[in-house]
Design a protein around this ligand. Structure first.
Ligand code: FES
Length: 93
């Protein structure tokens, strides 16, 4: 999908600029060595930049969550019949 008709910037090119650190429509244009002309694409680019920032913040929050933290705040108790459970069943728990 074309985002900017004036400079033939499609959504992939805009996303590439956002992935490289662009945060505003102006920085997307700078990334592609051009300048805003008619400005009709600016609201769409601004929206894409906002969604990109939200996605990056969500990924950062997920990455910051400790992987070893128990889900409910307490460790799961060992089953009383642990010796009777096959090893593959314990591994699946
Ligand atoms: S459509 Fe992007 S500057 Fe015109």
């Amino acid at each position: 999908m074309y985002v900017c008709i004036c400079h033939a910037l499609n959504d992939k090119k805009v996303k590439a600029a956002l992935d490289q650190g662009a945060t505003t429509p102006a920085s997307v244009f700078r990334h592609h060595n051009c300048q805003v002309q008619c400005g009709k694409c600016v609201p769409t680019m601004r929206s894409m930049a906002s969604e990109h920032r939200a996605a990056m913040a969500q990924q950062a929050a997920i990455a910051a969550t400790p992987a070893t933290a128990p889900c409910c705040g307490t460790a799961m108790p060992e089953p009383a019949n642990l010796e009777a459970i096959p090893a593959y069943a314990v591994a699946a728990e």
